[in-house]
Design a protein around this ligand. Structure first.
Ligand code: ADP
Length: 486
C-alpha cells in the first residue's frame, strides 16, 4: 500500500458488514490508483451478490433497535461521528486527494462540507414533527406521524468521495433508517475511512454497511430486487439513474436520484464583471470541472462578451496544474482514462464544428490524466458540447442577444439541476430565477451547495432533495392515524 501521510487506522482495505471488516467471499479485490501519478494505492474487496445480500440482512436486523432508539441518542451518536471527522479532517483530505486527485484545498473543503451534513442532521434528528388535522366530523380525530422508511440502499459516485456519502448516511440515520452503501469503485478509501470513524463513534453494528465492488450492476440489481430495501438513494449519471429507476418499479421503492446536469451560467450586460468572472472560474473549474453543478455552458450577452472573455482567459491561465498534494496546485487530474478521452473528443468535435479556441484545448504534460484548462468561444447551442455534460475543465462560451434568448437557450435541455446568472437588475433577478427550469439557481453566486439548502434537480436531473429539513423528510414516511368513536 502506498497511501502516504494518513493515520493508518483510517486506511481500510476491507468492506464492512454487520459490524465486521471483511473480504469478498471469492477473495477478489479491486486495485485503486492515484489519478495524478498512476501509483497503486491499495486494494479493496470486490464484493458481489452474496455480500450485498448479507449487508441487507444486517441492515434489516439492525433496523428495529436503531429506529426505536430515542432520537436524542441517535443525535448524540451522529454528533460523535461529526467530532471524529473534524478531528481527522487532515487525514481524510490527504486520503481523498490521493484517490480522487483534487487539490488539498478542495479536499479540505469537502471534508468540512461533508461533515456539515452530519452536524446538521445530528441536530435535525430531534425534529421529525407530526401534524394534527381538524377532522371533518366531531367524533373523529386525525393526525399524522413521521416514521423512518426502513432499510436504505445508497450508491455514490467518485467526484465527492466523502460528502456524497455523508449527505445520504446522516439524514438516513437521523430519521432512524439503516443502510447499505456501495461507494464508487474509483474512490472507496474515503468511504471506508468514514466507516471506521462511524464505528469509533459508537454507531451500532449493522446500521451502516459498506459493500465495495466493481460489479456495480450486480450489486445494484440485488439492492433493487430486495423488497426489504424500501428506498434507494443514488448519485451518479442520468443513464444509470434511469436504469435504477426502472429496476425499482417492481418493489415500488422510494427513490432519491441526483443525476447529471447541463448548468447554464448566464452573464448579462449589467453584471458585475469581477464577480461574474470569479464565479465562472470557480463554478466551472472546481474539481477539474467534475461536479454535476459545474457550469457546463457559459452564456454571455453581446455587450459584455469581449470584456468577459479577456478577463476570463487571464484568470483561467493562472491555474497551477499538478499533483493535488503539492501545496501550489490549483487544478488536478480527471478521474480516469475514459474521462480524459471523452473530454478530448468533445473539444476536438467542437473545434471541428467551428468553435474558437481561446486557451488550452489539449492534454497537459503534467500526466496522462491531466487536461489543460480550456475556453472555447463562439459556441452555439447546436454543438454537441452544449448539450452533453462535459465533466472536465472545459468552458464553452455562447454569445446571446437578449434576456428571452438566454432563458430559451438555458432551458433547451432535458437536464434541470443548477443554473447561475449574474445581473445587478433586481426585477430581472426575479424574472429570470422564476423562468429557469432548474432545481437550484445561483444568483450572483457560483457556489450554492451547503447543508441547510435543499439540493436537487428537476426534469432528468433527478428526484428528491438532499440537505435541509427536506433531506430528512425524504427518509421518512407519513403515517396517517384516524381515531374514531370520540
Ligand atoms: P459516473 O459517470 O459519475 O462514474 P456512474 O453513474 O457510472 O457515474 O457511477 C455512479 C455510481 O453508480 C458508482 O458507484 C458506480 O459504481 C455505480 N453504477 C454504475 N453502473 C451501475 C449499475 N448498472 N447499477 C448500479 N450502480 C451502478
Amino acid at each position: 500500500m502506498s497511501i502516504s501521510a494518513v493515520n493508518s487506522t483510517l486506511v481500510r482495505e476491507s468492506g464492512h458488514i454487520d459490524g465486521r471488516w471483511c473480504q469478498a467471499e471469492s477473495g477478489a479485490t479491486i486495485a485503486v490508483y492515484n489519478p495524478a501519478s498512476g501509483e497503486h494505492l491499495g486494494q479493496v474487496p470486490d464484493m458481489g451478490e452474496t455480500e450485498t445480500r448479507a449487508a441487507i440482512d444486517a441492515a434489516s436486523r439492525a433496523l428495529p433497535a436503531w429506529s426505536a432508539l430515542n432520537p436524542k441518542e441517535r443525535a448524540r451518536l451522529l454528533r460523535n461521528w461529526f467530532d471524529l471527522i473534524i478531528e481527522h479532517k487532515e487525514d481524510l483530505a490527504r486520503l481523498m486527494t490521493q484517490e480522487q486527485g483534487k487539490p488539498l484545498f478542495e479536499t479540505r473543503g469537502e471534508v468540512l462540507y461533508g461533515a456539515s451534513y452530519v452536524e446538521w442532521y445530528a441536530e435535525e434528528a430531534k425534529r421529525a414533527y407530526g401534524k394534527v388535522f381538524s377532522a371533518p366530523t366531531g367524533d373523529k380525530r386525525a393526525l399524522s406521524i413521521q416514521q423512518p422508511i426502513g432499510v436504505v440502499a445508497a450508491i455514490t459516485p467518485w467526484n465527492f468521495p466523502n460528502a456524497m456519502i455523508t449527505r445520504k448516511i446522516a439524514p438516513a440515520l437521523a430519521a432512524g433508517c439503516t443502510m447499505v452503501v456501495k461507494p464508487s469503485e474509483e474512490t472507496p478509501f474515503s468511504a471506508l475511512a468514514l466507516m471506521a470513524l462511524a464505528e469509533q463513534a459508537g454507531i451500532p453494528a449493522g446500521v451502516i454497511n459498506m459493500v465495495t465492488s466493481s460489479q456495480a450492476a450486480v450489486v445494484g440489481r440485488v439492492m433493487t430486487d430486495d423488497a426489504r430495501v424500501r428506498k434507494l438513494s443514488f448519485t451518479g449519471s442520468t443513464r444509470v439513474g434511469k436504469l435504477l429507476y426502472g429496476q425499482s418499479a417492481d418493489t415500488v421503492k422510494k427513490l432519491s436520484l441526483e443525476l447529471g446536469g447541463n448548468a447554464p451560467f448566464i452573464v448579462f450586460d449589467d453584471a458585475d464583471l469581477d464577480a461574474a468572472v470569479t464565479g465562472a472560474v470557480i463554478s466551472k473549474f472546481r474539481n477539474a470541472g467534475q461536479t454535476c453543478v459545474c457550469a457546463n455552458r457559459i452564456l454571455v450577452q453581446d455587450g459584455i462578451y469581449d470584456a468577459f472573455m479577456a478577463r476570463f482567459k487571464a484568470e483561467v491561465e493562472k491555474f497551477v496544474i499538478g499533483n493535488g498534494l503539492d501545496a501550489a496546485t490549483t487544478l488536478g487530474p480527471v478521474i480516469n482514462k475514459a474521462a480524459i478521452d471523452k473530454i478530448a473528443g468533445m473539444v476536438d468535435a467542437a473545434l471541428t464544428e467551428g468553435a474558437e479556441l481561446v486557451t488550452g484545448g489539449t492534454r497537459h504534460e503534467a500526466g496522462e490524466l491531466f487536461f489543460a484548462p480550456t475556453i472555447l468561444g463562439n459556441v452555439s447551442q447546436q454543438m454537441a458540447i452544449a448539450s452533453q455534460e462535459i465533466f472536465g475543465p472545459v468552458a464553452p462560451v455562447i454569445r446571446f442577444g437578449d434576456e428571452a434568448e438566454a432563458v430559451a437557450i438555458a432551458n433547451d435541455t432535458p437536464y434541470g439541476l443548477a443554473a447561475y446568472f449574474y445581473t445587478e437588475n433586481h426585477s430581472r433577478i426575479w424574472r429570470v430565477a422564476e423562468q429557469l427550469e432548474y432545481g437550484m439557481i445561483g444568483i450572483n453566486e457560483g457556489i450554492l451547495s451547503n447543508e441547510i439548502a435543499p439540493f436537487g434537480g428537476v426534469k432528468e436531473s433527478g428526484l428528491g432533495r438532499e440537505g435541509s429539513a427536506e433531506g430528512l423528510a425524504d427518509y421518512m414516511e407519513t403515517k396517517y392515524l384516524c381515531m374514531g368513536g370520540i
